[in-house]
Design a protein around this ligand. Structure first.
Ligand SMILES: NC(=O)c1ccc[n+]([C@@H]2O[C@H](COP(=O)([O-])OP(=O)(O)OC[C@H]3O[C@@H](n4cnc5c(N)ncnc54)[C@H](OP(=O)(O)O)[C@@H]3O)[C@@H](O)[C@H]2O)c1
Length: 262
């Protein structure tokens, strides 16, 4: 697919992977709208490239409805929607905290599913590509990330099932990035949050793979070759057990420094 002229919305576009993708897609001649709660960075740095922004907290359905209307008005329609906004908590699940659980599920799981439904309920014929940033943690587990892990497994389960039910005009492309050098980990647990050791990537590379994934209309996007190898090896060797042992030691170190906070 030629991305030139395509009307694209990206959530979580003010930072990290979404930011890198916003730059790549706009450079391809697409018409791009960047969505976040604080889009000032996009306006300051990319406003002169004609990139438009919408302020929206994607965990709020009323704001999502408004964002979709605004994006449609700005561009005359939406050809590609990239549901990328998401976050994690790093730490031990201890005391019950309904609000935290609700907030991460609303942002990481409910919002992409709701948005997809909104986009498709009145569109039965126009082609739509819905790309959704899941994570390598939608396929494997990592100590310290139990809530986050569960949201990404939920999203992975949704996408794999939705594929079998989807309308003919809709294509869904899940993305499974490994650890990226973005503010994600610091936001999750502070500046000393350990990044997984196995595979790490720069968001510019992840964004490049996502762009190619859109161009070739891939079934799914795995931006790291190391992770692809790990997925194959984990079926026939105990590679995951070894990874878990190392990551549990690192998590214990973090817990010693921070206490049992959650
Ligand atoms: N970094 C990694 O290692 C990694 C690995 C695999 C998957 N991922 C996934 O990749 C996606 C992007 O992560 P990232 O690494 O780029 O993180 P990031 O640098 O922290 O960026 C997160 C983006 O999401 C937006 N966001 C968060 N909550 C939001 C909300 N309620 N409403 C609207 N926007 C919201 C943030 O914008 P505002 O704060 O301005 O709203 C920001 O633009 C996430 O879904 C994450 O789970 C990340």
């Amino acid at each position: 697919m030629n991305l030139k002229g395509k009307r694209i919305v990206i959530t979580g576009a003010s930072s990290g992977i979404g930011w890198a993708l916003l730059k790549r897609l706009s450079a391809s001649g697409a018409s791009v709208v960047g969505v976040s709660r604080n889009p000032q960075r996009i306006i300051d740095e990319l406003g002169n490239r004609g990139i438009k922004t919408i302020t929206c907290d994607v965990s709020d359905p009323i704001q999502v409805d408004r964002m979709l209307e605004e994006a449609t008005e700005l561009m005359g329609g939406i050809d590609i929607f990239v549901a990328n906004a998401g976050f994690a908590y790093y730490g031990k699940i201890g005391n019950s905290n309904w609000e935290k659980i609700e907030q991460i599920y609303k942002t990481n799981v409910i919002s992409p599913i709701y948005t997809l439904q909104k986009l498709t309920e009145n569109n039965k014929t126009e082609p739509l590509i819905f790309m959704v940033t899941i994570s390598a943690l939608g396929k494997m587990v990592l100590p310290g990330f139990s809530l986050y892990n569960s949201t990404k497994f939920a999203l992975d389960g949704f996408v794999r099932t939705y594929r079998m039910e989807r309308p003919k005009n809709v294509k869904i492309i899940p993305v499974y990035p490994v650890a990226n050098f973005t503010p994600f980990f610091e936001k999750a647990g502070g500046p000393d949050t350990p990044m997984p050791l196995l595979a790490r990537q720069f968001p510019s590379m992840t964004a490049l793979c996502m762009k190619i994934g859109l161009q070739v209309e891939a079934r799914s996007v795995y931006p790291s070759i190391i992770f692809i190898i790990r997925c194959i090896l984990s079926r026939v060797t105990p590679v995951d057990v070894l990874v878990q042992i190392v990551e549990r030691i690192r998590f214990s170190g973090w817990l010693k420094r921070h206490g049992e906070r959650n």
